[in-house]
Design a protein around this ligand. Structure first.
Ligand SMILES: *Cc1c(COP(=O)(O)O)cnc(C)c1O
Length: 399
């Protein structure tokens, strides 16, 4: 397969048999104009200078690559944390939000639509809209509005309108449906998708905007270890954007083991899971052919994870492809394993991770490493938004 912008994707947005753009007629014009603008600006010097300038001075990049000594000792290997949790707004989502809104501005758009699960993408998009003086509407499942209250309040203070969605199990899938519906009715708006999902060119575009993560790893590993690539990169996967960014520059380097951690929920065989690669089958969701959790007749099965950011019944087509070819190893990490891993990191390193990132940390228990391996865990976000959930679990256990 030909590599297009370093990704195994063809001109129609296919990663092997996954991807493409399965969209209603009414969205064709929108997608066409977006694709045109994306390819026009992605190599534009002025666009990239503005993007890079904001990443540095507004987000605080490069995010540190931190050697976690006590965690390394626990696992008898060398563990480095890519600190996306230290970005402005507390997660990797801001990288994509900035580039997407810069693109929207160049397309002359004044109104931005976004969907959000845990609220991190909503907060990132609302933040950039405040910065650039644009109107912002964020769709969020009513279940997530309740369990991610601090992020809802942040979005409101930033001036965004948060629209609770009460269809389905009222989480990310349902919010995405509503955002797409809005875009159909308002073609003059720009839809900022928060992950490597949706119709082409979104998965490619979002992966590209997040690729700064592995770009920085290369130079940071070079400085710290004398070798510009690790033995292993581990990232959690909801739709797949932090993993895509962390894997991006290593996909073609077979010396690097790539591990993607899905949310197993209560267990992949319990029916209460969000581990799409294990519990899903091929289908179409939100405009892309990919792996989907669905019934035999194609109805979406409601996913479950303790982590709102991983509670999605699909997976980006890039990851479906990389897993199906064996390039990535998929592991499924349960709620319990993620919660334990979060507490372990907190007590060994003084870092409270996002519940999503805790799934990547939980994968450490499921893998084996050599003592001189260099392992990078992408710490996609910080845990402030999850304190309520953490306290609920850890308090119950003390009682
Ligand atoms: C949104 C989110 C995720 C999951 O989304 P991906 O697109 O799979 O990266 C993971 N971690 C954090 C902190 C998030 O906010």
């Amino acid at each position: 397969m030909r590599f297009h912008h370093d990704l195994p994707v063809d001109d129609a947005g296919y990663y092997g048999r996954f991807g493409g753009a399965y969209i209603p007629e009414i969205l064709h014009g929108n997608i066409e104009r977006l694709t045109e603008a994306y390819y026009r600006y992605i190599d534009d010097e002025e666009f990239n200078a503005e993007f890079r300038g904001l990443l540095r001075d507004y987000v605080g990049r490069p995010s540190p690559l931190y050697k976690a000594e006590r965690l390394s000792a626990r696992y008898h290997t060398n563990i480095y944390l890519k600190r996306e949790d230290l970005n402005h707004t507390g997660a990797h989502k801001i990288n994509n939000a900035i580039a997407s809104v810069l693109l929207a501005k160049r397309m002359g758009k004044r109104r931005i639509i976004a969907e959000t699960g845990a609220g991190q993408h909503g907060v990132a998009t609302a933040t950039v809209c405040a910065l650039m003086g644009l109107e912002c509407v964020v769709y969020m499942g009513a279940t997530d509005v309740a369990r991610q209250q601090p992020n809802v309040e942040r979005m409101k203070m930033l001036g965004a309108r948060v629209v609770p969605v009460s269809s389905g199990n009222m989480t990310l899938k349902d919010a995405t449906n509503e955002a797409i519906r809005d875009w159909c009715c308002n073609p003059d708006s720009f839809y900022v998708i928060g992950s490597t999902v949706g119709p082409h060119p979104y998965p490619e575009m979002v992966a590209r905007f997040q690729s700064v993560i592995s770009e920085e790893m290369i130079s940071q590993l070079g400085e710290q270890t004398g070798r510009g690539y690790p033995d292993c990169v581990i990232a959690c996967v909801g739709g797949g954007s932090n993993a895509a960014g962390a894997f991006y520059h290593f996909i073609d380097n077979q010396a690097v083991r790539l591990v993607a951690a899905e949310a197993a929920g209560l267990g992949v065989d319990t029916g209460m899971t969000a581990a799409t690669m294990q519990a899903g089958s091929e289908g179409i969701i939100h405009g892309a052919r990919t792996m989907v959790m669905q019934t035999a007749d194609g109805q979406i099965v409601e996913p479950y994870s303790v982590s709102a950011g991983l509670d999605y019944p699909g997976i980006g087509p890039l990851h479906a492809f990389l897993a199906s070819t064996g390039r990535t190893e998929m592991v499924a990490v349960t709620d319990r394993q993620a919660l334990d891993a979060a507490l372990t990191l907190t007590r060994l390193e003084g870092i409270i991770p996002a519940l999503e990132s805790a799934h990547a940390l939980g994968a450490l228990d499921l893998l084996e490493f050599a003592p001189d391996d260099v392992v990078v865990v992408n710490l996609s976000g910080r845990g402030d938004k999850d304190m309520h959930t953490y306290m609920k679990y850890f308090d119950n256990e003390k009682a």
